[in-house]
Ligand binder design. Structure first.
Ligand code: GLA
Length: 363
C-alpha cells in the first residue's frame, strides 16, 4: 500500500516539476534482443560490474548476457570467509575458483569481496569453547587467511574489499559496529587488515566498503572522519566503496546527496567505487508486488537515470560501478517468511533490459 501511495505522490511531483515520467518509457525498445550492451555505453566512463555466483558462469544464457554487458565481476558470496574457509583448515575453493577462472578465460576483472566482515560469525574470532581469542591469535589467523586469498587469486583480483561495513548507524551506538573483532582489537582490526593486505600485495587496490553512506548522516560522518584519520597515519586504504542498495522512494538517497559524498571522498584523495548498486521498488520489506505497475517501473527508471547521471559526471573520480545481482529473478524473504522480489535491477527475470536499463544508457 505504502509503495502505491508513494508512487502516486512521486508521479504527481514529476508532473508538477515538468519532468514527465513518459520520458522514461522505452516501450519501443523493450524486447529488442539486439540491444547494445551496458559496457559499450559506458566504455569511456568506468568498469561495469555485476555480482554473481558460480552457477551464472556455468549457465550458457547467463554467461553470454554477462559477457555482453559487464567488464568486471564480484563474487556475491563465494569469496566470503564463512563460505570459503568455514572452519580452521577447511577450504571450499570450488565456487570461487569457478568465478576466477571465468574471469581469467574471458578477460574480465574480478573484485575480491570481502576479506574481513566483522558482522559475520567466524571461527577466526573464537576458540573451541566459544570464547573470544586474544588479539595475537586473531591477527595470526587473519594474516594466514589474507595471505591464502590474495596469493591464490592475486593474478586476477586486483581490487579487494578489505573490510566490509565496519561503521555503526548512530552516535548513540558508537562509530563502530560492536562485533567480535571490535571487542578483541578495537578499531585496530580495520587498520590491521589493510596493513596485512598491503604487505601481501603492495600493488592491490584496497577498499573500505560501506553501506548506507548516502542517506545515513552518522555513518557518513564516521566514514569520512576515520578514512581521513587513517590515511593521514599511513594506513594503505586506496579506495572507498559506496555500496548502493538504494530505494526508488527514499528521498534522502538522492542525486544531490550522492554528489556530496563523492565530493567529500574525492577531497580525501581516495578512488571511489560504487560496489553494490540496486534500486528497490518496494517501499518496505512487508510489501509484496507480484508485478510492477507501469508508473512504479517508470519512477524506478527515473531514479536510475538521475543517479547514473551523477556517476557519469564524476567518472574521473570513480573507477567502477557494480550491480548487486544480474537480474530481477532474485527473491528475498520478509520477516514472516514470505518470498518477494524487489525488482531492483536493470534486467528483468528473462535477462531482457527494462526501462531502467534504457534510462541509464540514454545520454
Ligand atoms: C551487503 C554485503 C553483500 C551482500 C548484501 C546483501 O551489502 O556487502 O555482500 O551480502 O549485503 O545482499
Amino acid at each position: 500500500m505504502l509503495t502505491k501511495i508513494l508512487s502516486f505522490l512521486f508521479a504527481v511531483i514529476s508532473f508538477i516539476t515538468m519532468s514527465p515520467l513518459s520520458k522514461f518509457d522505452y516501450s519501443d525498445k523493450l524486447g529488442d534482443e539486439n540491444y547494445q550492451g551496458l559496457k559499450d555505453h559506458y566504455a569511456d566512463y568506468f568498469d561495469m560490474g555485476v555480482a554473481v555466483g558460480g552457477w551464472h558462469c556455468r549457465n550458457k544464457d547467463y554467461s553470454a548476457m554477462i559477457l555482453k554487458n559487464f567488464t568486471s565481476l564480484t563474487a556475491e558470496n563465494a569469496f566470503k570467509q564463512p563460505a570459503i574457509n568455514p572452519k580452521e583448515g577447511v577450504w571450499n575453493f570450488d565456487e570461487a575458483d569457478e568465478i576466477a577462472n571465468f574471469c581469467r578465460q574471458n578477460g574480465l576483472k574480478l573484485r575480491g569481496h570481502c576479506l574481513v566482515w566483522g558482522g559475520l560469525g567466524s571461527w577466526m574470532s573464537r576458540d573451541d569453547d566459544g570464547n573470544l581469542v586474544s588479539k595475537e591469535v586473531y591477527y595470526q589467523r587473519l594474516r594466514d587467511y589474507i595471505t591464502v586469498m590474495m596469493t591464490r587469486y592475486g593474478d586476477v583480483v586486483h581490487t579487494w574489499d578489505v573490510v566490509n561495513e565496519p561503521f555503526g548507524y548512530s552516535k548513540s551506538t558508537g562509530a563502530f559496529k560492536d562485533n567480535d573483532l571490535y571487542q578483541i582489537c578495537g578499531e585496530e582490526y580495520i587498520t590491521k587488515a589493510f596493513e596485512i593486505a598491503h604487505e601481501v600485495d603492495p600493488s592491490a587496490v584496497l577498499v573500505l566498503n560501506e553501506t548506507k553512506v548516502v542517506n545515513n548522516n552518522a555513518k557518513q560522518k564516521f566514514l569520512l572522519q576515520y578514512v581521513e584519520k587513517w590515511r593521514s597515519e599511513g594506513v594503505p586504504i586506496s579506495a572507498v566503496g559506496i555500496q548502493g542498495h538504494w530505494e526508488t522512494f527514499k528521498l534522502n538517497e538522492s542525486p544531490k546527496r550522492l554528489q556530496k559524498i563523492i565530493d567529500k571522498l574525492y577531497k580525501l584523495g581516495v578512488d571511489i567505487q560504487i560496489t553494490e548498486v540496486d534500486i528497490a521498488v518496494t517501499a518496505t520489506d512487508k510489501e509484496i508486488l507480484e508485478e510492477v505497475p507501469k508508473n512504479i517501473d517508470l519512477l524506478q527508471a527515473k531514479k536510475y537515470a538521475q543517479m547514473f547521471e551523477v556517476l557519469r559526471n564524476n567518472a574521473d573520480k570513480i573507477s567502477s560501478v557494480t550491480f548487486w545481482g544480474v537480474n530481477d529473478n532474485r527473491s528475498y524473504k520478509t520477516a514472516d517468511g514470505q518470498s518477494y522480489h524487489k525488482w531492483q535491477l536493470l534486467f528483468d527475470k528473462d535477462n531482457m533490459p527494462k526501462n531502467a536499463f534504457y534510462a541509464v544508457c540514454d545520454f
